[in-house]
Design a protein around this ligand. Structure first.
Ligand SMILES: Cc1cc2nc3c(=O)[nH]c(=O)nc-3n(C[C@H](O)[C@H](O)[C@H](O)COP(=O)(O)OP(=O)(O)OC[C@H]3O[C@@H](n4cnc5c(N)ncnc54)[C@H](O)[C@@H]3O)c2cc1C
Length: 376
């Protein structure tokens, strides 16, 4: 038998907590269903050295800034402590160990199926993030490769890789930082990069990089990219001289049109420049103890880390929802009304203003829309 409330929020990460707090502030009673045993579960298992790439002042959720004591770029542990403090401040009490298996229509309401923790409500907010959907491409020969293959989401620190030659595949934010982590531990590491990329510094002339897209969010992304290009070239230099390809679209246009966030460089380019990280091109296949590249000879590696991103697919979670997901199961819109009355997503689409900040904006918008729906 499902209990009922005004709104169901699925997930107690930043998006679920911010949305529940915003709903409660508008007088809507929200039940948070979280499959793990604590808030911020994904931040508890990110790699050890992770710090926010976006600055503290622009990454807090609505109603509670991240404390100054965390410094400009809070650590992973700081983020976990902040999310705990956020839940405490707004008296949010998620139901833990309550995985939602499916969300189904129940008349004009939604039913979140979570066994004895099932809930029914006219509003449901899916804030389940991307972490459950690691994307791992398949290359020929992978199954007989003798070394270890793991996704970046299970990497913690360099210790298990001592004495191994490691290949990191993918030059996104995780791949770049994991390669740097390995290089700084003295491990022989190569980074395979296939696609053209955008690289931006974490700060420009001492100003955190997020300041720029936030100030320019009313400009067409293409125009903002044209304005920023000379500054970025000055700060980053010519990445082509290392053999990297610059994306034909600027950072803001690439986020807007393709959902591809730029790489915020925290030192990886310097490590490439001084040879501590060796760049390789596209991977074509695996052999027993080596990896084959398109443009260079095969090389032996003891471990391969797939920093190949995430591809959320919510089709199983939302079997009844029509017109809200694309052909691969990712939400079409986030932080606003969907084609299904009462169904919302929070934090589901990458944003130029930083994902934490975007989550805050969306949480408030969702709560306002939910409040109006109740009044209608
Ligand atoms: C390595 C890394 C670094 C990042 N750094 C930054 C940064 O510096 N700045 C920034 O702005 N953004 C950053 N992001 C992006 C983004 O802000 C974070 O991923 C953030 O945690 C997203 O919050 P979320 O609540 O949407 O998802 P998550 O944090 O993934 O939380 C989702 C929650 O939903 C739960 N859940 C999932 N499925 C179910 C289910 N079926 N039933 C019940 N519960 C469920 C999960 O257990 C989890 O607790 C980073 C992302 C990554 C991967």
């Amino acid at each position: 038998m499902a209990s009922s409330c005004d709104a169901i929020v699925i997930g107690a990460g930043p998006a679920g907590l911010a949305t529940a707090a915003a709903l409660e502030a508008r007088g809507l009673n929200a039940a948070i269903l979280e499959k793990s045993g604590a808030v911020g579960a994904v931040w508890r298992r990110h790699y050890d050295r992770l710090h926010l790439h976006t600055d503290r002042a622009r990454s807090g959720l609505p109603g509670l800034p991240i404390p100054k004591a965390c410094g400009r770029y809070p650590s992973r542990a700081d983020v976990v402590a902040y999310l705990e403090a956020y839940a405490a401040k707004f008296a949010l009490k998620p139901v833990f160990n309550a995985p939602v298996r499916a969300v189904r229509r129940d008349g004009r309401a939604w039913r979140a199926e979570a066994g004895e923790n099932s809930q029914t409500a006219p509003i449901v907010v899916v804030a389940t993030g991307w972490a459950d959907y690691p994307h791992a491409p398949a290359w020929p020969g992978m199954e007989t490769f003798g070394g270890e293959i793991l996704h970046s989401s299970v990497y913690r620190n360099p210790a298990p890789f001592a004495e191994k030659r490691v290949l990191v595949i993918g030059y996104g934010n995780s791949g770049a930082e994991i390669a740097l982590d390995l290089a700084e531990a003295g491990i022989d590491v190569a980074l395979a990069v296939r696609s053209p990329i955008n690289v931006v510094p974490r700060e420009l002339f001492g100003v955190p990089i997020l300041v720029f897209p936030i100030a320019q969010q009313w400009l067409p992304p293409r125009l903002a990219d044209i304005i920023n290009a000379p500054l970025l070239r000055f700060a980053i230099g010519r990445i082509e001289k290392f053999g990297l390809k610059r994306s034909p679209k600027g950072p803001l246009q690439a986020i807007e049109e393709d959902g591809r966030v730029p790489l915020i460089d925290v030192g990886t380019l310097d490590a490439i420049r001084d040879g501590r990280i060796r760049l390789r091109g596209d991977v074509t296949s695996f052999e027993r103890d080596s990896v084959v590249f398109r443009q260079s000879p095969p090389e032996r590696f003891g471990a391969v880390i797939l920093a190949t991103g995430f591809r959320p697919d919510l089709r199983t979670l939302l079997p009844d929802a029509k017109g809200v997901l694309n052909e691969s199961g990712a939400p079409l819109v986030s932080g606003k009304a969907t084609a299904e009355r009462g169904l919302f997503f929070c934090g589901a689409i990458p944003s130029a203003i930083g994902q934490f900040r975007q989550i805050g904006v969306e949480a408030i918008r969702i709560a306002e829309a939910a409040h109006s729906l109740r009044a209608a």
